[in-house]
Design a binder for this molecule. Structure first.
Ligand code: SF4
Length: 305
């Protein structure tokens, strides 16, 4: 039982996206037109109420509060400086209008805590939801040619030291259904390569990158698994150069827009069933691509073989 005093205004941690994260580069790599709909077509659509995002973000919040309290305890400080995880989830869900996900998130968090209660003794928590602000620097020849650096940011869920004192970066991933393929997905993910790149810029001694997989309680049982990503020498060696290629392709299209040579609906389209219909369903912009920039979602068409 905690003997620490209550605190009047305990902290609730921000777990939202970072200012210049990988997501925009991924969109552009997958389809430049998708990038243009998202970033060059007026204010960004609010997607915070989409169930996978709303649930994932509330689970991230519960874990951020839990690990921040754990860090305080390990350092002999008052854990109540940070709001209780379940209270924080209820508060933020109410503010966001996402109350219908609270029962799922609280059950998932309780089961997670039961499964990993030994984290308190097995890990020294170094940082929680920490923003890394890194760079994609030009190679020597590009630098000589006067090319600039690009910014790449990422909000890392957790940094900890294991019992051997090795520094580990950890990213929580929530899903409705955990599969054996998740390890393969994340091994090729630019987001993970990007995180590892910017974390290593600050901590060259980073020993490993962990994916903390969480199947939430929405469709039945919770499941948890932790995997360490293998090193991928070819991909890691090329990551910065390829990310810079994507930035340059965006800049080229933007310059053509500014010169009046290209409109927002005229960026290169992937036009592939695998790109336009990914594993979560149809691309959000499919109607605009098919019917024009003013088309509404769910346009008047249906499949007829
Ligand atoms: S529908 Fe296809 S072409 Fe259009 S933005 Fe989406 S992925 Fe790109």
């Amino acid at each position: 039982m905690s003997t620490w005093p209550e605190v009047d205004d305990p902290a609730v941690i921000f777990t939202g996206p970072s200012p210049r994260g990988w997501h925009r580069l991924q969109q552009a790599a997958e389809c430049l037109q998708r990038y243009a709909w998202s970033y060059e077509n007026g204010p960004k659509e609010d997607i915070s109420k989409k169930p996978p995002l709303a649930i994932g973000s509330l689970i991230h919040l519960a874990l951020a509060q839990w690990y921040s309290r754990m860090k305080q305890e390990q350092e002999g400080k008052n854990p109540n400086e940070f709001m209780d995880p379940v209270e924080a989830v209820r508060l933020v869900a109410q503010v966001q209008g996402n109350e219908k996900h609270v029962a799922n998130v609280v059950e998932t968090f309780h089961n997670y805590r039961k499964r990993y209660w030994q984290d308190l003794n097995n890990r020294r928590i170094v940082a929680v939801e920490v923003l890394y602000d890194g760079t994609l620097d030009p190679g020597p020849m590009e630098a000589l040619a006067g090319e600039k650096s690009y910014r790449l940011t990422g909000r890392l869920d957790l940094m900890y030291e294991d019992l051997g004192g090795r520094l580990i970066a950890s990213d929580h991933k929530t899903t409705g259904r955990l599969t054996k393929r998740h390890k393969e997905y994340f091994a090729v993910s630019g987001q993970m390569l990007g995180y590892a790149h910017i974390v290593r810029q600050k901590h060259p001694d980073l020993a490993s990158f962990e994916i903390n997989l969480i199947q939430h309680a929405g469709q039945g049982d919770t499941k948890f698994e932790r995997i360490f990503l293998p090193r991928r020498p070819a991909l890691e060696a090329q990551f910065v150069a390829r990310a810079r290629d994507i930035e340059k392709s965006i800049e080229l299209m933007q310059a053509e827009m500014a010169a009046g040579k290209r409109k927002v609906d005229e960026w290169p389209k992937v036009m592939s069933e695998l790109g336009c219909y990914h594993r979560y369903g149809a691309c959000d912009h499919i109607d605009k691509c098919m019917y024009g920039a003013d088309a509404k979602k769910g346009g008047s068409w249906s499949w007829a073989d």
